[in-house]
Design a protein around this ligand. Structure first.
Ligand code: ZN
Length: 198
């Protein structure tokens, strides 16, 4: 069976507020199949997160994971700066995000629905998310660093917000240009060269 394609920016479904999932629907075969499809689409992309509107379904459902193999592309310094750690697949239904503390971090971020581009985005360093899991059980996850960034990005999606709404606009770049010009620079250097306020 072929997987649904990832909806690209401009589609209204990426800009609307997604709907709550009725808890009794979570254990239906149809919903379980949807969760599996989303995980498959995320892995095929490949990406570290996906929200249901990204496959055209306006429901408050996100999946995320960060795999060991993705982390091998970053240097130890990059991993440490980003507080990036692998985590196994998480599914959140009707997630509610709470920002924790006031520490923030600025890093490049991309989106499978804005294919080929990236930009610097300031995000809260620590968050707590609560909601239901794929078995309809309540769950809460308090997390910081890169997983917290992924969560904020995906939960934005179900509210119709994209990273480009939050980005430092002068840092917006194609992935190719970023590789060519920013590959060996720290975020601090990039911020300075683009004359962004820090
Ligand atoms: Zn995205």
């Amino acid at each position: 069976m072929s997987l649904p394609s990832i909806v690209q920016i401009g589609a209204p479904v990426l800009r609307g507020a997604a709907h709550d999932v009725a808890p009794e629907r979570i254990l239906t075969q149809e919903f379980q199949d949807l969760v599996k499809t989303m995980i498959d689409v995320m892995r095929q992309a490949p990406g570290v997160g996906l929200a249901a509107p990204q496959i055209g379904i306006p429901l408050r459902l996100i999946v995320l994971e960060d795999r060991e193999e993705f982390l091998t592309r970053l240097s130890p310094d990059e991993l440490r700066d980003r507080e990036r750690v692998p985590f196994s697949t998480r599914v959140f239904v009707n997630p509610v995000l709470t920002l924790v503390g006031d520490e923030t971090a600025v890093f490049f971020e991309g989106c499978l629905s804005v294919s080929g581009y990236m930009a610097l985005v300031e995000r809260r360093l620590e968050v707590e998310v609560s909601g239901l899991d794929e078995h309809a059980n309540r769950q809460t996850w308090r997390v910081r660093g890169w997983p917290a960034r992924i969560l904020q990005h995906e939960i934005d999606h179900i509210g119709g917000t994209l990273y480009i709404d939050r980005m430092k606009t002068r840092s917006f770049t194609t992935v190719e240009q970023a590789k060519e010009h920013y590959g060996d620079k720290s975020v601090t250097e990039i911020v300075r060269s683009l004359k962004l306020e820090s």
